[in-house]
Ligand binder design. Sequence first.
Ligand SMILES: *[C@@H]1O[C@H](CO)[C@@H](O)[C@H](O)[C@H]1NC(C)=O
Ligand SMILES: *[C@@H]1O[C@H](CO)[C@@H](O)[C@H](O)[C@H]1NC(C)=O
Length: 344
Amino acid sequence: MFSSSTLLYPLSLFLSLSLLFLLSPHILLSSSRNNLLSTADELDDLSLFHRAALSSSNTRRLISLSHTPPPPPKIAFLFLTNSDLTFLPLWETFFQGHEHLYNAYIHADPSSTISPLLSSSSSINAKLIPSKKTARASPSLISAERRLIARAILDDPNNLYFALVSQHCVPLHSFPYIHNHLSNSHRSFVEILSDEPFLPNRYNARGFDALMPEIPYQDFRVGSQFFVLAKRHALIVIQERKLWRKFRLPCVDAESCYPEEHYFPTLLSLEDPQGCSPFTLTRVNWTGSVDGHPHTYGASEVSPQLIRMLRRSNSSLDYFFARKFSPESLQPLMEIADDVIFRD
Ligand SMILES: *[C@@H]1O[C@H](CO)[C@@H](O)[C@H](O)[C@H]1NC(C)=O
Ligand SMILES: *[C@@H]1O[C@H](CO)[C@@H](O)[C@H](O)[C@H]1NC(C)=O
């Protein structure tokens, strides 16, 4: 009895440990917040991206056969959110009267409280797209952004500009101002930085040299998450596979790893640096930032002077949007909307 149980115990321990060892990659992957994408999710996304690219090439063929002048371009507003849209009333005022020139899409984290009724009850008529889980410091935000782009391409062939915004963003100019400047630019606006002080840490955030050989250090770029893409770049982004295989790797250094701030700038600076303005159109205040979060403007800070100051940019264009604003700042922003924000 004694001898057999002493033998059995190490044996069962050995068996369970080896079982754990066999299964551990799956357990680790599925529990880590870094890797929220299952293979099924990836395949789902791939098929969506494929359909979007195909529909766009079919549309191009039809347009080249038709003799009527093309309709004016639409801007697709891509709302990426994990909470309710606090600033919806301000956006409704912004969009009012321009229904033929925009579409709005929402990717809301499945855990968020956003109401499925939003699309029907709000005048902006936003489409809530099928979403998957998202988290900071994980490639899940890249996937969500690509999903938004693909849905917008599929939904309306006249979506020619794709503007990413979050629930903390507010407009700084009127809709016609933004529409005119974008339709005359024919470019994308993606911040592309190569001289950021923490660039080496960010490059190695998935493990030392983990991005090699596809992305040598000298090709690596970073920039703001918030972009406006022209359609030709939106199509590149949803069809790209090589860089994605690297940028989808889980982060080992979460402090330096904001994959969505790496993937888009690196990809577009490799593919078409001349076709991109290396500036973002979304103003953010990093002075006194806490834990990777920028300064959040409170209600008492909102004033006409603040709006005018936030618009000022080093690029040839003013900033179009700004973040972040606290929920309480909605009221004072609404009060100055017509006289300041939407007066250009
Ligand atoms: C940026 O935020 C700081 C507080 O962190 C504030 O003092 C400063 O005025 C803000 N700058 C702008 C341009 O709003
Ligand atoms: C413009 O560039 C200067 C010099 O690099 C910088 O100090 C300033 O903060 C920039 N202004 C804005 C609005 O980004």
